[in-house]
Design a protein. Structure first.
Length: 218
C-alpha cells in the first residue's frame, strides 16, 4: 500500500469488478458495492491505515474515473489539477536543493517503508529502481518510468548550483515532491506531498540525479 500507483490499480480493479457485478444497476448502487468491498477487504494495522485507500482527493478521483472510462482527462481538468498540485510543492527551507548522492543512491535503491510492521518514525526508501533505470550497472529495473541514467548529463547540468541549471533543478525537485503538478495523472508517487520522503531524503535523491560526480552521470 506504499505507493500511489498501487492504490490506483487496486481501486481500478475494484471498479472493474463492481462494473461486472452491477450490470443494469444505477451508478449509485455500484458506488455502494465498491465502498462495501473496500470496507470488508481492507483494515488498519500498525501505521498502515485504511485511510490510504479511502481518503482519495480530487486528483485521484478524477484520474481513477478517467482510467476506468479508458480515456485521458480533458485538457481543462488536467490543467486545473496540475495547477492545484503545483501549489503544494514545498521548496527547500534553506534554499539548498542537493544533498549527498551516495545517500541518495541508497534511498533510490530501497523499497522499504510504510508497511504495518514499520515504526512510524522509520525512514522510507524511494523505491525509484522499481520504475526507472538508475545506473548502467543495473541488470534489473522497472520500465514504468523513463531511464534516469545520465539524467543531469543529458540536460547539460555541469554545475547544479549555477543559474543556468536552476530551471531543471527546480523542475526535478517539484517532480519528486509532487509529480502530478506536471502530469495530472502521473503514475509517479507524490513522494514529498504524501510524506513518503523527507525534505532531506529528496535532497539526497536530487544529488544522485544532478551531481556530476554521481554514477547516474558517469
Amino acid at each position: 500500500m506504499k505507493k500511489t500507483p498501487a492504490i490506483v490499480l487496486t481501486l481500478s480493479a475494484v471498479a472493474v469488478v463492481v462494473g461486472c457485478a452491477a450490470v443494469g444497476s444505477p451508478a449509485a448502487d455500484a458506488d455502494k458495492v465498491a465502498a462495501e468491498m473496500v470496507r470488508t477487504g481492507f483494515r488498519s494495522q500498525g501505521i498502515a491505515k485504511i485511510e490510504r485507500v479511502t481518503a482519495i482527493d480530487e486528483t485521484l478521483q478524477a484520474c481513477n474515473a478517467a482510467d476506468v472510462a479508458g480515456k485521458p482527462l480533458d485538457p481543462a481538468t488536467a490543467k486545473r489539477i496540475e495547477e492545484a498540485n503545483l501549489k503544494t510543492v514545498k521548496w527547500p527551507g534553506d534554499g539548498k536543493f542537493l544533498g549527498d548522492w551516495k545517500q541518495g543512491e541508497q534511498i533510490a535503491q530501497s523499497g522499504r517503508g510504510l508497511t504495518w510492521t514499520d515504526a512510524a518514525n522509520a525512514a522510507n526508501g524511494g523505491n525509484c529502481y522499481n520504475c526507472h533505470q538508475i545506473t548502467k550497472e543495473e541488470i534489473s529495473f522497472g520500465t514504468i518510468g523513463p531511464s534516469l541514467y545520465h539524467y543531469g548529463k543529458l540536460r547539460g547540468v555541469t554545475d547544479p548550483n549555477s543559474a543556468a541549471a536552476k530551471p531543471i533543478v527546480e523542475y526535478t525537485w517539484g517532480k519528486i515532491w509532487n509529480a502530478k503538478a506536471y502530469n495530472a495523472c502521473s503514475n509517479m508517487p507524490r513522494s514529498g506531498h504524501m510524506g513518503n520522503l523527507t525534505e532531506q531524503q529528496i535532497k539526497h535523491i536530487m544529488a544522485l540525479l544532478l551531481d556530476p560526480a554521481s554514477p547516474v552521470n558517469k
